[in-house]
Design a protein around this ligand. Structure first.
Ligand code: NAD
Length: 465
């Protein structure tokens, strides 16, 4: 191709197309295959998080009004742990995995070989802009892939920082950051990838899957939903409500695994409200609006969406709001029904509805009539009751007597089921998700007599009849 021709083709290509082409070219050099290289890149990523901790916290504060401590606790510490684990374990994860042999393959080598998929597209969401974007990247790098990273435009300060700083630490050609909004993401989605790892809402999840289908690209969808929280009337309400208040109102309720609503018997509703009231005061003072550890809704669109969800319900606690600051006080709604507006979609804000049920049977029925959530929460001293919730419901995860902490256990897969998503990650699960598990069987060319039975003609003598 002459240079005029090639430069005119380049001119016609979009920025996103050029980035993906460059990334694929870099992947095809094979540089990501040696484990030493992957470890070195993971070390650079770790150095980035450690050295730029303050810049990251500043950006998240601008995006979500989150305190430095909050960002450390909910984003950078977990990320560092994930990276360290991958550095330590990648030798083990990437090693051939021998499998049980059959009689016919007894003298062969039979194993699974994890291999890189190729170029992965990571599309992040805004609520934990660093964790949900860079945690999948840890799996992608460890598994030997290249990755195009698309942070959410809604957490714009974090996105800009990622775009500016990540190339100073990681290989620029293998792990480029593409910023932009819907148009840019859609342009990226037209390109061919070997896996798309999307975190966000269900509506866009479907668009991602449609785009991926054009190239038969596998997808992981980390979505949300309404995670129910059943409180048994005999449990320690003081402790239960403390843990629920923490899990619900952290990050101003904008946590995919936050308890979305409470299910409990009518006889304990007012005590639940009272316990939560005490905890809100203890955690966020009488005036959460001026308290540094209480966040804000990310933008006015989401502010109005959350406020509209409260329409028609009875406020038991909170309810104050200020659109100019995207502030909504920690709010509890009581006597909510399954058909109330607040039950029509994931709340993703600091609003906690309580729905009263006659007991566990009705609670399980209520959960099962709805889409499968990311988490089912249950608070009880009774192990049998907890077992019933485990065996009679389905969700991405089940957590008894606490909130959110299952996400810190990297040995547990993190992901949804049904409407809350597909495919999981964290630790080895992230490595496996972004690897091709190739079946390998290596025979020797000797011992041909053993095979005689399989070759035609299949005579009675050969078959031993
Ligand atoms: P968002 O608006 O930031 O969107 C996510 C990504 O999708 C962004 O990068 C954006 O550019 C892209 N996008 C948006 N509209 C698009 C379109 N029309 N076409 C193509 N790309 C588009 O984030 P969000 O969806 O508001 O995130 C909140 C949701 O994410 C909640 O439902 C939450 O539960 C879920 N979530 C899930 C997890 C998880 O791990 N399961 C983690 C965080 C958030």
């Amino acid at each position: 191709m002459d240079s005029y021709c090639s430069s005119s083709i380049l001119l016609k290509m979009s920025r996103e197309q050029l980035v993906v082409e460059r990334t694929r070219k870099a992947f095809l050099t094979g540089s990501t295959k040696p484990l030493k290289f992957r470890i070195q890149q993971l070390q650079c990523l770790l150095r980035f998080i450690t050295e730029r901790r303050k810049d990251i916290a500043d950006a998240v504060h601008k995006d979500l009004y989150k305190s430095e401590h909050g960002t450390e606790l909910f984003e950078t510490l977990g990320l560092e742990g994930d990276i360290q684990l991958a550095i330590e374990k990648v030798w083990e994860w990437a090693a051939p995995r021998p499998v049980e042999k059959t009689l016919l393959t007894i003298s062969d080598e039979v194993y699974i070989r994890p291999e890189p998929l190729g170029v992965v597209l990571i599309i992040g969401a805004w609520n934990y802009p660093w964790a949900v974007t860079l945690k999948p990247l840890v799996g992608a790098i460890a598994a030997g892939n290249a990755a195009v990273i698309k942070p959410s435009e809604i957490s714009s300060h974090s996105a800009k920082l990622m775009e500016d700083l990540l190339p100073l630490y990681l290989d620029k050609d293998l792990y480029p950051v593409v910023t932009g909004g819907v148009t840019e993401t859609q342009e990226l989605l037209k390109q061919r990838f070997d896996h798309i790892f999307y975190t966000g809402n269900c509506t866009v999840g479907k668009l991602v899957m449609q785009a991926a289908a054009q190239h038969l690209t596998p997808v992981s969808l980390e979505l949300g939903g309404k995670s129910p929280c059943f409180i048994d009337k005999n449990c320690d309400l003081n402790v239960a409500c403390r843990r629920i208040t923490w899990g619900k109102f952290v990050n101003c309720g904008q946590t995919c695994i936050a308890p979305d609503y409470i299910l409990c018997e009518a006889s304990i509703q007012s005590r639940v409200v009272e316990e939560i009231r005490k905890c809100i005061k203890e955690f966020y003072t009488e005036d959460p609006k001026t308290f540094k550890d209480y966040g804000r809704i990310v933008n006015q669109r989401h502010f109005r969406r959350v406020v509209a969800l409260m329409e028609g319900s009875t406020v038991a606690l909170g309810g104050d709001r200020d659109e100019s600051q995207c502030y909504i006080a920690p709010t509890v709604l009581k006597d909510v029904t399954g058909t109330s507006t607040v039950m029509t979609e994931e709340i993703f804000g600091p609003v906690l509805p309580i729905i009263t049920v006659s007991g566990l049977d009705e609670a399980i029925g209520f959960i099962n009539e709805r889409e499968k959530p990311l988490v089912v929460y249950v608070f009880s001293h009774d192990k049998k009751l907890i077992r019933r919730v485990i065996t009679e419901t389905s969700s991405g995860a089940l957590l008894a007597n606490d909130c959110l902490v299952h996400a810190t256990v990297s040995a547990l897969p993190f992901g949804g089921v049904g409407n809350s998503g597909m495919g999981c990650y964290q630790g080895r699960h992230g490595f496996d998700r972004l690897s091709h598990l190739r079946s390998c069987l290596i025979k020797k060319l000797n011992m041909e007599a053993v095979n005689s039975m399989r070759y035609p003609p299949h005579t009675a003598k050969k078959m031993g009849w």
